[in-house]
Design a protein around this ligand. Structure first.
Ligand code: ACO
Length: 311
């Protein structure tokens, strides 16, 4: 039995903060941010919405899109590094908000690779027949751990949520291969201290370029596929230059890579599922397309998946 995605949803806050808005509060320029990162604007959640509220909005849409009832969900996995509080988990908060009374729930902490970790965890439960419907949400309210006086980090991130319901799908569709990894020795390059994100951008950049390319090739090998088989690439939306390096490694034309970083900035665990939703809605991902998803993040962590789209 193959595990695949049977429903998707996203939520981004209404408030748009443009690069020009940031120019007014810190020593930066629209030109610098656009050329170095590809970001033009990001969404910032209001004070009254915390991470679990963003997750709830995306999850509702995904559950409806999967044509199931919240009571049919067996497990909720929330990938986030910005939970409402250390515990209870965002997963448990979401379980209550959704009325998913038959679901177990937990959070996954793997930073920007969190959605990849969540999908692969879900795959195990589905393929061994333990659970049928698993809700995975990648969600961040990064604005609450951002230092608005640090131009090195504040220009990069945004808030948002993306969700998927996974379940059994037809033969040949769903997850074909995966790779997950970690390197704790690089944890010092990207972490939270005293409620604020700290980052060594150059070190993270070098790691990301290497890992995105290597992992994309590795998962294709594991699936017995080649670059020519890839219909669409969904890289973690951190920086257009990092994303471009992965695209070039797979020798794909521009139109075969998801690009949403200009609209939302880096939404960490939410970036891949938000991109999935936007690309499906744009008609760029269709049944039986071979999709490569690849992410990296603080930890350091990384993860890549090859999936054949469709139920
Ligand atoms: N506006 C203007 N100038 C800036 C800004 C800014 N917002 N930020 C930095 N600069 C300056 C720096 O101070 C530096 O000036 P200096 O040479 O006088 O010291 C200059 O620009 C160049 O800085 P670099 O760090 O060399 O710039 P680079 O081209 O490497 O881009 C960036 C920096 C965008 C942070 C890049 O390194 C990057 O994207 N790294 C990866 C970051 C990332 O993806 N993090 C998230 C990981 S996912 C997760 O888990 C959350």
């Amino acid at each position: 039995m193959n595990a695949g995605i049977i429903g998707i949803g996203k939520y981004v806050p209404e408030k748009v903060v443009t690069n020009h808005d940031l120019e007014k509060i810190m020593d930066t320029t629209d030109e610098w941010i656009r050329t170095r990162t590809g970001i033009e604007e990001r969404r910032i959640a209001p004070d009254h919405m915390d991470t679990s509220d963003l997750a709830y909005e995306a999850a509702k849409v995904a559950i409806e899109n999967a044509s199931i009832h919240p009571e049919e969900i067996d497990l909720i996995l929330v990938a986030t590094v910005t939970p409402d509080q250390p515990f209870p988990s965002v997963g448990c908060m979401l379980q209550e908000k959704l009325g998913a009374k038959n679901a177990a729930a937990m959070d996954i902490s793997a930073a920007c690779a969190g959605f990849m970790y969540g999908m692969i965890t879900a795959k195990q439960f589905i393929e061994n027949n333990a659970y049928k419907h698993i809700l995975i949400v990648g969600v961040e309210k990064l604005s609450k751990i951002m230092n608005w006086e640090d131009r090195n980090t504040a220009v990069l991130f945004g808030d948002g949520a993306g969700a998927a319901v996974m379940g059994p799908v037809s033969k040949d569709r769903g997850i074909l291969s995966f790779e997950l990894g970690s390197d704790g020795s690089g944890g010092k390059h990207l972490y939270q201290e005293k409620d604020i994100i700290q980052m060594n951008g150059r070190e993270v950049f070098k790691f990301a370029v290497r890992q995105m390319g290597e992992s994309s090739i590795a998962v294709l090998d594991k699936a017995g596929l080649t670059k020519e088989d890839v219909d669409f690439l969904i890289p973690h939306q951190a920086n257009i230059r990092i994303m471009e390096s992965a695209r070039q490694r797979l020798e794909l034309p521009e139109e075969k890579m998801s690009k949403t970083v200009h609209k939302y900035g880096n939404t960490s665990a939410a970036s891949i599922p938000i991109s999935i939703v936007d690309e499906v809605e744009a008609g760029k991902i269709n049944d039986d397309d071979v999709i490569v998803m690849v992410g990296f993040g603080g930890g350091l962590t990384w993860g890549a998946i090859v999936m054949k789209w469709g139920k």
